[in-house]
Design a protein around this ligand. Structure first.
Ligand code: NAD
Length: 376
């Protein structure tokens, strides 16, 4: 039988790429499923739950050795990567456009690597495979909760015998999948919410959630529905216009990304300096490359001299590990279903409009055009 394996993630990652539920469906579809011991622990899926679903719990080496397809959340570390053999398929958030050394190592080893960052977003057949959307949606939801939990005032307006509390004002910078979910969640908590993006098309989506859209003086529509990178002048202009918006809000949630590039700095130090004491910034773009908020640090909360807090929250999906894993695993299953024939054999058609983009490397070649452009 064709063997699907999943590994235990390293570091602070709580998610797992295959759940018991998806194991059951794969087994039903004639696959054999191997789970590295403890892989689901941090997402509250026990080894026994996988066994009950028809999977087998094995060592990491066995999961790697026997697999036809290895599903992961993040790019495995180098020691693990070096054990993946020619012809094996690796699928996950491999960071193809950023971690180019890792992807080139996989190419050299003749691994077939599918990197979810490369999935075309606008082809309808690919929507069920869209890990970026499923995980961004979770991160946006959690960002609003983290902000509400950190803020020292109410989110909703409260009229009580002891007086009236004003509602919190929340600004969301970057209104893609994560930003829209943050807006919806903050609205449900009763805050007054506005959104800002450099893609004018997002106005309608923001307004349909009952939030105000703040018009950007810059239009930066790029390819494939994404934003393009701003020029240095545009970036300066943007920061100046944003300082005014930021000052009027209590909470700023930032989600701006440009694929394969360092996240744009939207909240400069000058904006932090004039923020009201008690203000909360939640930076979903916080990473080792930098983030949207000056001074944000991945996985850390920084207190500023002006009495604001900056929360570096680059991996919030991991904090909702069970829901995030369930969705991730369904996205993986959709890819497997797409590749499998009736006998559960996996065939990758590199001419196909989805696979020609999702596949980063195959037989030692770089397949994705976007990746090829990034490597040059
Ligand atoms: P993303 O994670 O790449 O970026 C998040 C948001 O940040 C985007 O809205 C982007 O415009 C914005 N941004 C980037 N630079 C900015 C800057 N300098 N200032 C302000 N905002 C900035 O985006 P995403 O959430 O992955 O969504 C990307 C696009 O894909 C969107 O157009 C979305 O609607 C589209 N999408 C389509 C489908 C589909 O058709 N099925 C599915 C998912 C996403």
């Amino acid at each position: 039988a064709t063997i699907i394996s999943t590994l235990k993630e390293s570091g602070d990652e709580n998610r797992v790429a295959i759940t018991p539920d998806v194991t059951k469906k794969l087994v039903h579809n004639k696959f054999q499923v191997l789970i590295e011991k403890g892989a689901g622990d941090s997402a509250s899926f026990s080894d026994q739950a996988y066994i009950d679903a028809g999977g087998e719990v094995v060592s990491r080496d066995e999961a790697l050795e026997k697999a036809n397809l290895i599903a992961v959340i993040n790019q495995p570390d180098e020691a693990t990567r070096s054990k993946i053999k020619a012809g094996q398929i690796l699928i996950g958030l491999l960071g193809a456009l950023i971690d180019t050394d890792a992807i080139q190592q996989l190419a050299k080893q003749q691994v077939t690597a599918l990197s979810f960052e490369l999935l075309p977003r606008t082809i309808s057949r690919a929507q069920s495979m869209d890990v970026l959307s499923s995980q961004a949606s979770i991160a946006g939801y959690k960002a609003a909760l983290v902000a509400a939990d950190t803020f020292k005032r109410y989110f909703p307006m409260m009229i009580t015998a002891a007086g009236t509390a004003k509602p919190a004002k929340v600004l969301v910078l970057g209104t893609g999948v994560a930003g829209l979910q943050a807006i919806g969640t903050a609205k449900r908590l009763g805050a007054i919410v506005s959104g800002y993006d450099v893609r004018p098309a997002s106005r309608g989506e923001v307004e349909s959630l009952g939030a105000q859209f703040l018009t950007s003086s810059i239009n930066a529509v790029g390819e494939g529905g994404y934003a393009r990178q701003l020029s240095a002048d545009e970036q300066k202009q943007q920061q100046e216009e944003l300082i005014g918006f930021i000052k009027q809000n209590d909470i700023v949630i930032t989600t701006a990304q440009v694929p394969g590039k360092k996240p744009p700095l939207l909240v400069p130090q000058a904006a932090i300096d004039v923020a009201k004491p008690g203000s909360v910034f939640v930076d979903l773009a916080a990473s080792d490359l930098g983030g949207n908020v000056a001074g944000s640090k991945p996985d850390q909360t920084v207190k500023t001299d002006s009495g604001a807090q900056i929360i570096g929250a680059g991996n919030l999906a991991s904090e909702l590990a069970t829901s995030a894993s369930e969705m991730f695993a369904k996205n993986v299953q959709a890819v497997i279903n797409d590749l499998a024939d009736k006998e559960a054999k996996l065939n990758i058609d590199l001419e196909d409009e989805v696979m020609s983009q999702l596949v980063a490397t195959d037989h030692g070649e770089i397949i994705s055009n976007r990746l090829r452009a990034a490597l040059n």
